[in-house]
Design a binder for this molecule. Structure first.
Ligand SMILES: Nc1nc2c(ncn2[C@@H]2O[C@H](COP(=O)(O)OP(=O)(O)OP(=O)(O)O)[C@@H](O)[C@H]2O)c(=O)[nH]1
Ligand SMILES: [Mg+2]
Length: 230
């Protein structure tokens, strides 16, 4: 109780000091300071709103040659959704980080025809995406889109999913061994001691089929409908 009184006294003392100080400052300066304060608050608020409003972007990623650009043009023929096509070449991959903050969903395009020789590098790229802070924190849903299913020799999405889970499981072991020096993977994947499965991810990971060539993209459309509010 006594302490509370002491605090009150101290506070009143500071207040009177402040008042005295303020009286010495010309009023114009006070108004200017208040205006700057209000202006910055408004600016920050509007920036925040703008960021949220822009979150209707679907980001297409995947290795070079997976068929992203063909899918991109197929998608453009239908409903107006903001889709960005990030080239798979490793030198252009940093572009992805620019779009992720606005992404409502990520579509990871896989070449289902030429899958096996590319399985490792595709899994590595996917691993990097799934451990990014911007993806994990916002739980951005990711669709593994197995493209080129117009060809009979294309692998099924179940096969591709299983192979990529196995590959990521191996990567997880090798990456965590060097993780102290490696800062690019901000988060770890899966449950330690358990075989990796996409169901263990913080964000929802699903699989689907498509053919950019024949325009069979109904499962892609469904994913977009689910996560992009018109
Ligand atoms: N059979 C078949 N071929 C396809 C399909 N989609 C794309 N292709 C072919 O695959 C090749 C690569 O397609 P792109 O769309 O350029 O690949 P990308 O993913 O944009 O590649 P980058 O821009 O280098 O990252 C082209 O020769 C396409 O004709 C498909 O659905 N079926
Ligand atoms: Mg392309």
């Amino acid at each position: 109780m006594e302490q509370l009184e002491q605090w009150k006294e101290q506070l009143l003392h500071w207040w009177s000091l402040l008042e005295e100080q303020l009286r010495q400052v010309p009023p114009v300066q006070l108004y200017a300071a208040a205006a700057v304060l209000v202006f910055t608050t408004l600016l920050l608020l509007s920036l925040r709103l703008l960021k949220r409003a822009k979150s209707n972007t679907i980001v297409l990623t995947g290795l070079s040659g997976a068929g992203k650009t063909v899918l991109f043009y197929q998608k453009r023929k239908t409903k107006p959704v903001h889709v960005v096509d990030v080239p798979g070449h490793s030198r252009l991959r940093p572009k992805l980080d620019e779009y992720l903050p606005q992404a409502a969903g990520i579509v990871f395009v896989v070449d289902a025809l030429d899958f096996l020789p590319n399985c490792r590098s595709a899994s590595e790229y996917l691993y990097d995406i799934l451990t990014k802070g911007s993806v994990v924190k916002k739980k951005i849903p990711l669709l593994i889109l197995c493209n080129k299913t117009d060809k009979v020799t294309a692998h099924t999405k179940e096969f591709i999913r299983r192979q990529m889970e196995k590959e990521i499981d191996k990567l997880r072991a090798s990456r965590s061994a060097v993780s102290d020096a490696d800062i690019t993977n901000e988060f770890s994947l899966g449950v330690p001691g358990e075989p990796f499965s996409f169901t263990q991810c913080y964000n929802k990971v699903t699989t689907a089929d498509a053919s950019g060539l024949t325009g069979e993209i109904s499962q892609l459309e469904q994913f977009i409908r689910e996560y992009v509010k018109p």
